[in-house]
Structures are given as structure tokens and as C-alpha cells.
Design a protein around this ligand. Structure first.
Ligand SMILES: [Zn+2]
Length: 400
């Protein structure tokens, strides 16, 4: 905690410039109290740790469980002075009694209230969702910034994003973004664009910027960053499919069993199955799985020239979801469970790659047969060719 109440009820913020002697003097004369629970707190002025207030042991304060690390305190202070330097009227740990919450930082910009949270520890998802909801309902725009150490980079443009980190995913304009900050290197780390491969692994553009090189405006509305996605998408999907087939429990995997019973193999699926769409973060299940289900339930029952009702596609998806075969993601900052978007985008993409053509808003026509490769080598070659041919259309749909 960086702010406590003094005897006279005024706030003492350690985010302001203080002389150590002055603070020792105040501490010797009066007691400090937690602005939330009103219990006494101790001012710690050690030389190794950041100065802070601490509840007495055994306190019942609801903010005490969230024991703040040095990393958190330091990040909070840096973000606070970063905003202050930009001439923004900003307050540290201001308790809002109306909502009984104490955002790390609050500020106003053009009449709009913002609540900034620098979140270092993984709090339970319902708590994250509840806090976000309370902010929104009370006129705050929440800005959740993740601790950079929650981001695990695997390869170039491939990052591991945990379920917790997905809660930070937001959709400013037509782009996906996760903002993070590292108080040790004093850098913002931004994930621009999120195109999930599996439940955890995603393709993204990871941008690192020193704190003094970025403005609040850039944080609030980050510009879209395009990056070459097609080759990485194919390589990562191949990798994931091979892992699926090779892992010891593969024989019991219901999805692989269903493919097998339909005389299909994961490694020789046609190129139309497993395509990236912009809104895919709403679906936790990998693209090649939910798109395979649509093929099995819907498209394989139609021949060239047949009409397909979109309602049937939707119906298949809903049934699979109810059975738990397709899982959605909770994205509190990006609208709740809007799985209709990825679904509609996928059908639209299938019209762009000439498999379907649009008849009207609820109907498409099958234009051609889907070709199933007979060997893995054939599949890889066909997919390469397919992606090369349709690269610009697929990419256009992912970036705007
Ligand atoms: Zn307290």
C-alpha cells in the first residue's frame, strides 16, 4: 500500500516526493490508518524495499490478501509518475467508497474516469470479472495492465497466453491487444493481434517499448501492427496436430476417435479446415477442431451446387458447445462470449476461398468439392499452395 490516512483524515501518498527525515518525523508523532478498513497501518521506510504502508499482522482487511510484491509497488509508482509527467491529474490508490474498490491508479481524461490496475498476481477469474463489471457500471473505463512476467514467449511471434492473461485481452478498434508492463526493465510489452493456435499458444506481434517512449494515448488506443502470419500459422498448426496424434492419450481422445470413425485423419485434413479468423479468441477450442466439427456435421452432407442454411451451421456449433466439445473463452474486456463472430467470419472466409458463395444473408451455395489429401506430404503441399493462393484474402480479413 502506498497511501494511508493521517490523524487529520488527510491522505499521505508515498507517490509524492517525500524527504525520509520528514516522514520519520510524522511517523514519530502520529498513527496511520488504512483508507479501506480504517485499521492502523505501519509506515515502512527501509532502504532495501520501496517505502510502503503495511497492515498489522492478523488484520482482516480485504486488501491484505493481495500482499503486494516489490514488483507490484514499483510498477504502480512508475505508472503513476509516467501519467503525472504527461500532465494528467492522477491519484494513487484512491478508495472509492461507492464501489468499495481501490484501483491502483485513477485519473480523468476529457471528462472520462479511468481505473488502472497493474495486476501481478493471478486473482480468481470471477473476481477479475466482477471488478471489471463494477468499474464499467460506475462510469470508469478499466485499464488492466498485466505484469510482464505473465507473458511467456516461445518463438518469434508465438507467445503462451494463460487463461488468466486472456482476461486482459481487449479490442480497441479493429484489433486485439494485451498490455503489460515490466517495472524492472521499465518497459511496456504489448501483444498486438491475438490469433490463437491452441488454448494457450497464440500468434501475436510482441512490441517492447521503454516507458518514456510511449504516451497514454498509445496505451489507450494502440495502433494495429501487421505481421506475416500465414507461414507461422501453418507451421504452428502442423506442430500442434502432430502433438495431438503423438501424445499417449490420443487413442482416447474423442475428437480423434470421431475423425477415425469417419475415415478421416487429423494429419490429412483439407486446407479449408483450420483457418485463422479475426474473432477466434472467443473460442478456446483450436480452430482445426471446431472447423472439423462443422465439416462433419454440415458440409460433408452437401454436394456441389447444394444450398446450405446458416442456421444449420449455427445449430451444429451450439450442439457441440452444449456437449462440451467446443469451449468458449471468457473475455470480460471484449464483450462476453461473442462466438457468433468467428463463426460468421469463417463462413465468409469460405466464400472468399471459393468453396462457398453467398446467396443471401442466411444461405450459401457449395461451389466445389473439398479435396482430401491421401498422404501427409500431399496435405502439406496442398495446404502450402492453398495458403499461397489465398494469402491476401485471409490476411485482409485478419487485419484492417
Ligand atoms: Zn485495510
Amino acid at each position: 500500500m502506498l497511501v494511508a490516512n493521517r490523524n487529520n483524515g488527510e491522505r499521505l501518498s508515498l507517490g509524492d516526493r517525500w524527504d525520509k527525515k520528514e516522514l520519520i518525523e510524522i511517523r514519530s508523532k502520529e498513527k496511520f490508518h488504512c483508507p479501506v478498513c480504517k485499521e492502523e497501518v505501519i509506515l515502512k521506510l527501509g532502504s532495501k524495499k520501496i517505502w510502503h504502508f503495511s497492515h498489522l499482522a492478523g488484520g482482516m482487511c480485504e486488501y491484505e490478501y493481495d500482499r503486494e510484491s516489490e514488483y507490484h509497488l514499483s510498477g504502480k509508482l512508475q505508472l503513476y509518475s509516467w501519467l503525472k509527467k504527461q500532465g494528467i491529474h492522477v491519484e494513487l490508490e484512491k478508495f472509492d467508497p461507492q464501489i468499495r474498490q481501490k484501483p491502483d491508479i485513477t485519473f480523468q481524461l476529457k471528462g472520462q474516469k479511468y481505473a488502472l490496475e497493474f495486476q501481478c498476481s493471478a486473482i480468481p477469474e470471477p473476481l477479475f470479472v466482477k471488478r471489471t463489471k463494477v468499474y464499467l457500471e460506475n462510469g470508469y473505463i478499466p485499464i488492466w495492465i498485466a505484469a510482464a512476467n505473465l507473458i511467456k514467449r516461445t518463438r518469434r511471434n508465438v507467445v503462451s497466453v494463460s487463461n488468466f492473461l486472456y482476461l486482459f485481452l481487449r479490442r480497441p478498434h479493429h484489433t486485439w491487444n494485451i498490455p503489460a508492463f515490466c517495472p524492472i526493465s521499465r518497459q511496456f510489452i504489448n501483444l498486438h493481434g491475438v490469433f490463437p493456435i491452441s488454448s494457450q499458444k497464440t500468434l501475436t506481434y510482441l512490441e517492447v517499448q521503454p516507458i518514456h517512449q510511449i504516451s497514454l494515448n498509445q496505451l489507450l488506443s494502440p495502433a494495429e501492427k501487421q505481421f506475416p502470419i500465414i507461414k507461422a500459422w501453418q507451421a504452428e498448426n502442423q506442430r500442434l496436430k502432430s502433438q495431438y496424434v503423438l501424445y499417449p492419450g490420443a487413442r482416447q481422445n474423442p475428437f480423434l476417435q470421431e475423425l477415425y470413425h469417419n475415415r478421416l485423419s487429423l494429419l490429412t485434413l483439407p486446407s479449408e479446415i483450420g483457418l485463422p479468423v479475426f474473432s477466434s479468441p472467443y473460442i478456446e477450442t483450436p480452430s482445426f477442431i471446431w472447423q472439423s466439427f462443422l465439416y462433419l456435421d454440415v458440409f460433408r452432407h452437401y454436394k456441389k451446387g447444394d444450398l446450405v442454411k446458416y442456421a444449420r451451421v449455427l445449430d451444429s456449433f451450439n450442439k457441440r458447445m452444449k456437449r462440451g466439445e467446443i469451449k468458449l473463452r471468457n473475455l470480460p474486456l471484449a464483450g462476453q462470449r461473442d462466438y457468433l463472430y468467428p463463426l460468421a467470419e469463417y463462413i465468409l472466409l469460405l466464400t472468399k476461398v471459393s468453396f462457398l458463395s453467398r446467396i443471401n444473408s442466411g444461405t450459401v451455395k457449395v461451389n466445389r468439392e473439398i479435396i482430401f489429401p491421401s498422404t501427409i506430404e500431399e496435405q502439406i503441399k496442398a495446404e502450402e499452395e492453398f495458403l499461397r493462393k489465398h494469402q491476401s484474402k485471409i490476411t485482409e480479413a485478419l487485419f484492417k
